[in-house]
Design a protein around this ligand. Structure first.
Ligand code: ARG
Length: 461
């Protein structure tokens, strides 16, 4: 059987049905370059332990380099009969190094420790690329905040007008979760930075190979302290899927707002034509598909995480073939983020804000009522009474169909003697925003400091 890694004790080859179910080259081929890197490192460990003579090591490394080049160029591909990437590459190695030399490489390793190592190599590589794309998005959001230092947005809770805030403050509120996602990726890497190579099938090896030699060659800081854990654990893979899902959810919440802001009713933003789509029937339509796809892909990323956790839930130690199902969810998570993040970033970078419209709506809905209540507190009215008085003022204005700033002196006095005309000093959106000047508040000076702190945090990751 060409390429099979097992078969000695079998009467014949696998049935076509088994082969079809078992086959994984259609997705694990993405690990080919990492598999070859692992083989180079393993060859060095075999040589260090005396199982390959120096010239054999040279021949092995040359054959692996040739195979690597042929994989990269597409000259070497998985064959129909190859069960997985490991079988295919051993076939390719033997074609290049001969049966005798090529047949020596597999000593002391198992596909179980190989695959556990390769997934980590793949994820650590892509985590770097994803982190860069997250940073690009943070930069794009922060640049919009920086470009609109004075714009005021109706801040909402329960989607109802609550208190005016700076647009920049709101935009930066979408940056902080992404900063934490970056930090999560960095934290994750501390746990992913361990090589399972050397764990063998589950119990280690009798050959005296040095797992740390392989770990160092592959850029890991340590090798697994327990060979069973090394081959059977996938929590590091699931944790990556969680971080990817969290990024998806963080983007999705912003996406939802952009979709709302882009409606005629809100009218807060216009999306650039090159980041919008049309309708096949309604000629006037311009749709926020990037934001919608981002929101939709968040569901997919959550599905990848829950699917993977479900696969792991009932598995006894050590390796079980179920573990082959760990790869497609995280590969999909990586590909999904790698297409979503740049599109979302482009949309945000080119989005135009209609700050007049935001400013017009910001004071509506009695969003300055808290300012009135806190002004009363500054006049030494107990907050309980201040809250009650302001509530009465809101009722007074609502009954007359006017805003708080439009209540005249007599009206104010009729609600409460504490409501002197001076209260109007806090009834502007600019004054309201400027007066929330505690650390973390929405006052322009604080938001400028926040932007600087954010930039610093991103640089420190
Ligand atoms: N393709 C398998 C996986 O992805 C690795 C091979 C281990 N196979 C085995 N029969 N022990 O997990």
């Amino acid at each position: 059987e060409a390429g099979a890694l097992w078969g000695g004790r079998f009467a014949g080859g696998p049935s076509p049905e088994l082969a079809a179910l078992s086959k994984s080259t259609q997705f694990d081929w993405q690990l080919a370059a990492y598999d070859i890197a692992g083989s180079r490192a393993h060859a060095k460990a075999l040589a260090a332990a005396g199982y390959l003579a120096p010239d054999e090591l040279d021949g092995m490394l040359a054959a692996l380099d040739a195979l690597d080049a042929d994989v990269a160029s597409g000259a070497f591909e998985a064959a129909e009969s190859d069960e997985d990437v490991h079988s295919a590459l051993e076939r390719g190695l033997i074609e290049r190094a001969g049966t005798e030399l090529g047949g020596k490489l597999r000593a002391g390793r198992s596909r179980n420790d190989q695959i556990a190592t390769l997934v980590r190599l793949y994820l650590r590589d892509h985590a770097g690329a994803i982190a860069e794309r997250i940073i690009a998005l943070i930069d794009a959001i922060a640049a919009q905040a920086d470009a609109h230092p004075a714009a005021i947005l109706p801040g909402r809770t329960h989607l109802q007008h609550a208190q005016p805030v700076l647009l920049a403050h709101h935009l930066l509120a979408h940056c902080w979760p992404l900063v934490r996602d970056l930090e999560r990726l960095a934290d994750w890497d501390a746990r992913a930075n361990v090589s399972p190579y050397g764990s063998g099938a589950l119990a280690g090896s009798t050959l005296g190979l040095d797992p740390m030699l392989v770990a160092r060659e592959l850029g890991f800081a340590r090798s697994s302290e327990n060979s069973i854990d090394g081959t059977a654990a996938r929590d590091v893979v699931a944790e990556f899927a969680y971080v990817a899902a969290q990024v998806g959810v963080d983007l999705s919440r912003f996406a939802e707002e952009i979709i709302l802001w882009n409606t005629r009713e809100f009218g807060f933003v216009t999306l650039d034509d090159s980041y919008s789509t049309g309708s096949s029937i309604m000629p006037q339509k311009k749709n926020p598909d990037i934001a919608e796809l981002t929101r939709g892909k968040a569901g997919r990323l959550i599905g990848n995480l829950t699917g993977l956790l479900s696969t792991l839930k009932g598995l006894p130690l050590a390796y079980n073939r179920d573990l082959q199902e760990d790869k497609e969810p995280v590969f999909d998570a990586v590909t999904t983020l790698e297409v979503v993040l740049p599109a979302f970033t482009g949309m945000v970078a080119t989005m135009r804000f209609h700050t007049d419209r935001m400013a017009e709506l910001a004071p509506q809905g009695f969003s300055l009522a808290t300012d009135v209540a806190e002004w009363l507190v500054k006049q030494r009215v107990p907050f309980r009474d201040a809250h009650e008085i302001t509530g009465n003022l809101v009722k007074y204005a609502e009954e007359r169909g006017i805003e708080l700033s439009e209540v005249d002196d007599a009206g104010l006095a009729s609600v409460s003697p504490h409501l002197t005309p001076e209260v109007r000093s806090v009834l502007t959106i600019e004054g309201s925003v400027a007066s929330r000047d505690n650390v973390g508040g929405t006052a322009p000076q604080r938001v400028a400091e926040q932007l600087a702190a954010l930039t610093e945090r991103v640089r420190a990751v």
